[in-house]
Structure formats: C-alpha cells, structure tokens
Design a protein around this ligand. Structure first.
Ligand SMILES: Nc1nc2c(ncn2[C@@H]2O[C@H](COP(=O)(O)OP(=O)(O)O)[C@@H](O)[C@H]2O)c(=O)[nH]1
Ligand SMILES: [Mg+2]
Length: 314
C-alpha cells in the first residue's frame, strides 16, 4: 500500500477530520487510490448504525438531522452526516437560523459532516453514497445519517444503502402525499410527521396510517408514525427509539442481511456488466461497431444479425 494512503487511513481511524475528508474525496471522485482505500476499509465496515432521512424539500430534514446528531452524540463518540441535498444547510444553502444551530455541531469534535453533490458520479449516486458511508463506517464512525431529498428514482436508490429509512413528511402536503406514496413510502421503515406544531398533523398521521393499510403487505415490520417538531426537538427521542426498534427487528428477523445481500448483488452485477461491456468494446473495436450501425441503418442487415456478427469471432 502507498505510504501516503496508509498514513491517511491511520489518521482517519484516529478521528482526524481532514484525513477523513481527503479519503472521501478520493473515493467520491473515483480518483487514483480509490480502489486501495476500498480494499483496506471494506472488510471493517458493517458495524455502524446507518440511518437515511428522506422526504420532500423544506420538510425540515436538515433541522431534524441536526437534532438527531445531538441525540446520538449523547450515546456515541463519533457521528457523521452525509448530506446529498443541494439545499442543505450543511452545504451552505441555509437560512441563518439553521446555520447558527449547525454551528454547535460543527464545533463538536465527534461530528463529521460531508455534503455530496447530487450529480456527476460515475456509476451513479447510490454507489458513491454507499462507498462514502462504508468508508465512514470502517473508519470507526458509530452513527452515519444520510440526508437526501426523496423525490426522484435516483434518490430512492440512495436510501437503499442504509439500514433504516426515515421518511419525513409535514402537515398539509395534500396531493404531494400521493407522490410520496408512489415511491418512497414502500421503502420507509419509520414515518415522521415533522412540523407537528402546525395545523393538520392529526390528518396527516391518519392519511399515512391509512396508506400503510392500503399498500401491499411488506413483512412483519409495521412502520411506526412519529410526530416531531424539529424546530424545538420535540419527538426526537421517540424517533431515536423507533429507529432502534427497527434496527433490532431488522437484525433479528434477517431483514438486515437480506438488504445487505441485495445491495451487494446490485453492486457486483453492475460492476460485472460494466467490465464485460468494456472488454467487448475493446474486442469488437469501434470501427466494426460503426460499420455495423451503418449497415443496420441502410437496412442491409437487421439489428440482431448485426450484433451476432459483431460477437462472432472476427
Ligand atoms: N414550524 C416548524 N418549522 C420547522 C420545523 N422543522 C424545520 N422547520 C423549518 O422548515 C424550514 C426547512 O427546514 P430544513 O431543515 O432546511 O428542511 P429540508 O429541506 O427538509 O432539509 C426551515 O425554515 C426550518 O426552520 C418544525 O418542526 N416546525
Ligand atoms: Mg436539507
């Protein structure tokens, strides 16, 4: 192993935030050294509590995450936040109040905060997030919280990398709840109605409870619905307890192993596909592909036949 990398790893394991940040940058950019870091850290990951916090923008996720960080820090020496959200306070897009609240967390030696751009990751955002979380876990982080805006398919993929998914909604979302239902509700382990200080919280809790009964029966876990006021911290302890209960259930029921096996399969198959395609392209050669495309375009040959010709030995 390169001396620089092994030094960085040693400092990072001791909790040096600059070393952790440098390692994550290499992994995130898939820069030279990324494979080595992955090889050294991969076997040591798997022990952290990994919680995903997702939901529509403006729901109070970042405020809630800040509260969760404080709660987890009371029982764990090292907590990290991975914010995959361009509007997150962690990346500087916040109103002043949020920033001031976050200040305490930034000053805490036991808290590491990373914000990730949501675009431009080779192999996809979910893969990069999984790797960043895995490295933090392996470096001795006790709790990793991933904040992401749960709107698109890619964001849904991101939360698949965590062990427990908390979906944050707010009162009065109305039709937006239908949109949530379509995608994220199916993968939510804990439902949070934040901004419970606002009118309509009871209705939202009722709507969500009803949706849960309408959906397909998933497994033995029935997602609890927790009300929070992230602005004051109300309900945060209950949320922490709900996450603990889910974690215990997932470990004892085999659900955690199933999710991890699924994630491993997705990653290995994706890498295998990428590698096979690369090798085939090298073997076939771009010139032959170009000529085949031309012949298909001029209808000299049909597409199946063209591919068969390409794959047959030259
Ligand atoms: N009334 C009320 N406002 C809240 C609560 N939690 C967060 N907010 C406010 O909602 C806005 C969006 O919060 P933020 O955490 O940035 O949401 P995010 O986009 O989901 O990360 C901010 O102005 C927060 O101060 C809450 O429980 N009650
Ligand atoms: Mg946010």
């Amino acid at each position: 192993m390169a001396v620089a990398t092994s030094d960085l790893l040693a400092s990072a394991r001791a909790g040096d935030k600059r070393a952790i940040a440098r390692l994550l940058t290499v992994v995130e950019n898939d820069a030279p050294g990324a494979r080595e870091i992955l090889r050294e850290t991969y076997p040591q990951a798997g022990g952290a509590l990994v919680l995903g916090v997702t939901g529509p923008p403006g729901g109070g996720k970042s405020t809630l995450v800040s509260r969760l960080v404080a709660a987890y820090r009371e029982r764990a020496p090292r907590v990290a936040v991975v914010a995959v959200d361009p509007s997150s306070p962690f990346s500087g897009g916040a109103i002043l109040g949020d920033r001031i609240r976050m200040q305490d967390r930034f000053l805490d030696e036991g808290v590491f905060i990373r914000s990730m751009a949501s675009r431009g990751h080779s192999g996809g955002l979910a893969r990069t997030t999984a790797r960043v979380v895995g490295v933090l876990d392996a470096l001795g982080t006790d709790v990793v919280i991933v904040e992401t805006v749960g709107v698109g398919q890619e964001e849904i993929e991101v939360v698949r990398v965590v062990d427990t998914v908390a979906l944050v909604t707010v009162p009065g979302l109305g039709d937006d709840i239908q949109a949530i239902k379509a995608g994220v509700l199916e993968i939510a382990d804990v439902l949070v109605v934040n901004k419970a200080d606002r009118p309509g919280a009871d209705e939202t809790v009722r709507d969500l409870a009803q949706m849960l009964t309408l959906g397909p029966p998933r497994n033995a876990w029935k997602p609890p619905i927790v009300r929070t006021v992230a602005a004051t911290g109300e309900g945060v302890d209950e949320l922490v307890r709900a996450v603990d209960r889910h974690r215990e259930w997932a470990a004892s029921s085999g659900e955690r192993e199933r999710r991890r096996a699924d994630a491993a399969r997705v990653e290995v198959e994706a890498l295998l596909r990428e590698s096979l395609v690369r090798r085939l392209e090298e073997r076939v050669g771009s010139e032959r592909v170009r000529r085949a495309v031309e012949r298909v375009a001029s209808r000299a040959v049909d597409p199946y036949a063209a591919v068969e010709e390409l794959l047959a030995d030259p």
